[in-house]
Design a protein around this ligand. Structure first.
Ligand code: VG1
Ligand code: CO
Length: 545
């Protein structure tokens, strides 16, 4: 078998973001672009593993099925084998969703792997491609590793690859073909009470599972259809496509608006849900009812003891700083700790490993638990169904129970996508560094605090500085409005400004107001506070959730 050493030159744009390296698909398809990145990431991770007395021996590979995914899986497998990896676990078609990747890493005790996905970014040849680099713990690598990878991509000179055909690769004794759908479905059956959900269905409960034409479709049909018994008409957009059928597979009020709109009609089902490109995010909707993922996280933490695998309940919860404080109220109620981390799932990993928490989530429709080290859309939906089956309550009733107990945290995340980098940088620079915010008055709102979010991992001690900036404003009734802002680390063109605002309301008569209507005045105040229109040239955000 020929082992080739290929000379290459570095690319200067391989800096990793929130979840791996994301670029336009066509950029990734350039000669040596993927190869450089895989070789560098392997080198850095291998050296780190050697330092701890080992070396990388086994790897899980797969991705969300978007254009270039299968090619990237096969090519990377050949590079990794050439570098001495002894075992590669991969599906034949290269298709695996992110939660299953994490599951295999943990279950098979592998040394981690690569996930070929740009997650919620559109796919196809005109869309985006991405590579997430995961460690043997089952989630994204820590900052010092991704920083080192980014740095070393600037000096790479050659990579190794085995000169074998795809057919030879599949026959190679070092390659083991896996069947993620059935293995993952088995795992879900271990965690949840499937029988109680079957009973729910028998009682006439109906649902829609929307795969957004991405990687989760076949898992949805197997788990919710074949194993649980939801009828065929419950599944839509469940055939994985390379370009997601033109969809932007980001389940939220904009890109899955058609599902929201449907749930507001007479035909609405009891429960509707949609998933992102790599199946780790989920949006759930009740009949005529939307719930944001901050509230979803809080409700799951509140009722998780009803699920067999979590019968001792929530031991601790974590949310990212941009996520609303709804789960903090639940943590107080349960007498447990609520942690706040920077954006990116990897910050939850050490908290999960050390049993400080077992439930965590982000505002971007991602929730999960200690069963793996990634967010998990299918897990979240099974949790909802299990809780609905046990309590006999709808999503809306569960949400209202919580609001009636703790008040409602009105929350919105909105984004200005693909804006000019220059304006975005100026805005962020001012938001971080201008020292005249505190005391500033905008109409009847007054800024009472302005703080940069620096994080120190309570377990590893690793620090992450400048993860965003937070403002607290006092309104005319003396109520606090929390504003958080940062730049996205997953976009591929220009800059994307993320805004997060919340306000705690205890007046039950206001609970039914639609959140963006309730916060409308706040949006305007925040625009003036941060001079958003001025710096970005935009009057309105592209995405409101
Ligand atoms: C976004 C979300 C963040 C999420 C990340 C990866 O990051 O805001 O919550 O962890 O995407 O999700 P950013 O830096 O663009 O705000 V996934 O499902 O795209 O891997
Ligand atoms: Co995702």
């Amino acid at each position: 078998m020929a082992l080739l050493k290929i000379k290459t030159t570095p690319f200067d744009d391989q800096k990793m973001g929130t979840a791996g390296l994301r670029k336009r698909t066509k950029i990734y398809m350039q000669e040596n672009y993927l190869e450089n990145f895989i070789q560098t990431a392997f080198d850095v991770r291998n050296e780190d593993t050697i330092e701890s007395g080992n070396s990388i021996k086994s790897i899980v590979l797969g991705g969300d099925g978007r254009s270039f995914c299968k090619e990237a899986v096969y090519k990377s497998a050949k590079i990794l084998l050439a570098n001495g990896v002894e075992k590669i676990y991969m599906p034949k078609d290269g298709l695996i969703f992110t939660p299953a990747h994490s599951y295999y890493t943990i279950k098979l005790k592998t040394d981690g792997g690569f996930i070929f996905s740009a997650s919620h970014n559109p796919g196809g040849l005109g869309g985006d491609f991405g590579v997430k680099v995961n460690s043997g713990l089952g989630g994204g690598v820590l900052n010092h590793i991704s920083d080192e990878i980014s740095k070393r991509t600037l000096t790479i000179k050659e990579y190794l690859i085995e000169d074998i055909s795809d057919e030879e690769l599949l026959m190679d004794s070092r390659v083991e073909i896996i069947d993620p759908i059935s293995d993952y479905a088995d795992y879900m059956e271990e965690l949840f009470d499937f029988n109680s959900i079957r009973e729910l269905i028998k009682g006439g409960f109906n649902a829609i599972f929307d795969g957004m034409n991405a990687s989760s479709g076949e898992y949805l049909k197997e788990i919710f259809g074949n194993r649980l018994g939801f009828p065929e008409e419950s599944f839509q957009n469940c055939i994985p496509m390379e370009d997601f059928g033109g969809k932007h597979p980001e389940p939220n009020l904009i890109y899955a608006k058609y599902l929201y709109d449907f749930q507001m009609t007479e035909k609405a089902v009891d429960f509707a849900c949609a998933f992102d490109g790599d199946g780790d995010r989920n949006m759930v909707l009740g009949k005529g009812f939307f719930i944001n993922s901050s509230d979803a996280l809080a409700i799951l933490a509140r009722h998780i003891h009803l699920i067999p695998a979590y019968k001792d309940g929530c031991i601790g919860v974590a949310r990212t700083m941009p996520t609303s404080s709804a789960c903090d109220f639940v943590a107080k109620e349960l007498n447990i700790e609520s942690y706040q981390t920077p954006t990116g799932w990897r910050y939850f990993e050490r908290l999960l490993d050390s049993n400080k928490i077992n439930i965590c989530g982000e505002e971007s429709f991602g929730t999960s638990s200690n069963h793996i080290r990634e967010k998990d859309g299918v897990w979240a939906v099974l949790s909802w169904l299990n809780i609905i089956a046990k309590t006999g309550k709808s999503i809306e009733e569960l949400a209202k129970d919580m609001w009636n107990t703790h008040g409602r945290v009105f929350y919105s995340q909105y984004s200005y996508e693909e804006i000019e980098k220059d304006g975005a940088n100026k805005l962020i620079d001012r938001a971080f560094n201008f020292d005249g915010f505190v005391g500033m008055k905008i109409d009847e709102y007054k800024v009472v605090s302005h703080e940069i979010f620096n994080y120190k991992d309570p377990v590893s001690g690793e620090e992450a500085k400048n993860q965003g900036v937070q403002f607290i404003l006092n309104d005319k009734d003396g109520k606090n409005v929390r504003v958080f802002t940062r730049l996205s680390g997953t976009g591929t063109v220009g800059a994307t400004l993320r805004m997060y605002v919340e306000k705690h309301e205890t007046d039950v008569n206001k609970f039914n107001i639609f959140h963006t209507e309730y916060l409308n005045e706040v949006f305007e105040i925040v625009d003036r506070l941060l001079k958003i229109s001025e710096f970005t040239g935009r009057k309105k955000a592209d995405v409101y959730n």
